[in-house]
Design a protein around this ligand. Sequence first.
Ligand SMILES: C[S@@+](CC[C@H](N)C(=O)[O-])C[C@H]1O[C@@H](n2cnc3c(N)ncnc32)[C@H](O)[C@@H]1O
Length: 238
Amino acid sequence: MLPTETTLPSDLRTATIVPRVLRRIRAKGLVPTLRRVSFLLYELYWERRLGIDTADCIPREFLSEDPASIGYDPIGYVQLALALRNADLSSPTGTFIDYGCGKARVLARASQLPFERIVGVELSSDLCDEARANIARLSPRTTCKEIKVVNTNAKQFVVPDDTKNIFLFNPFTGHVLEGVVEQIRQSLERQPRDLTILYILPSASADIFSQQEWMKSTFQHSWNGLKLHVYRIHSPQN
Ligand SMILES: C[S@@+](CC[C@H](N)C(=O)[O-])C[C@H]1O[C@@H](n2cnc3c(N)ncnc32)[C@H](O)[C@@H]1O
């Protein structure tokens, strides 16, 4: 069993919800509390709707010895909706990859779009088990032909050559990210094609994708200390 740090939606399941909300109103004020409660309700709504359990955070120390890795902290469903809206979803075909898929929240949401294949890449074998369990109980059933979770270090993962959309929610930094950029470049060299990368990271962090001349930044959006970058690579044939 992995240790967990926060229990956001679980808070809503307890009978202590009313005193907690009142305490928070006293400490933080009414408007921030209403914002927080609506965030939690939206989280809970999507977890129930998809039939999955992806809440909680797990610090990096329990998952990896590599300081380039980041711990498990699922993206908020609101931010995920915004990011997916800005992907190249006019034609959500081919393979979709979530690097550092954790418990499969992003895979579950992506399975509602007409991708042919959805792949999660995850370093922690415990999280891979949880991700596979979530996918097995996903509701409603998806039309996607294949959703798979690959237990490996992202920098060693060979990008399938039909990948058209790549998602990263602050999964790792440094040498791992550099390895991933190289894997993407090699895949595009093998099979030139259009590709969209959705990258969400803390606003203050350096963005290595912005240093790649072969990627074009097409959209940026900041919220709550995070920044969404959309990069597009166009096939020389198009
Ligand atoms: C911030 S969480 C994002 C989880 C998921 N993408 C989501 O948004 O719900 C980062 C994830 O990246 C994984 N990770 C960290 N280093 C990794 C590496 N080198 N290879 C693959 N996964 C890694 C962590 O175990 C963790 O599950």
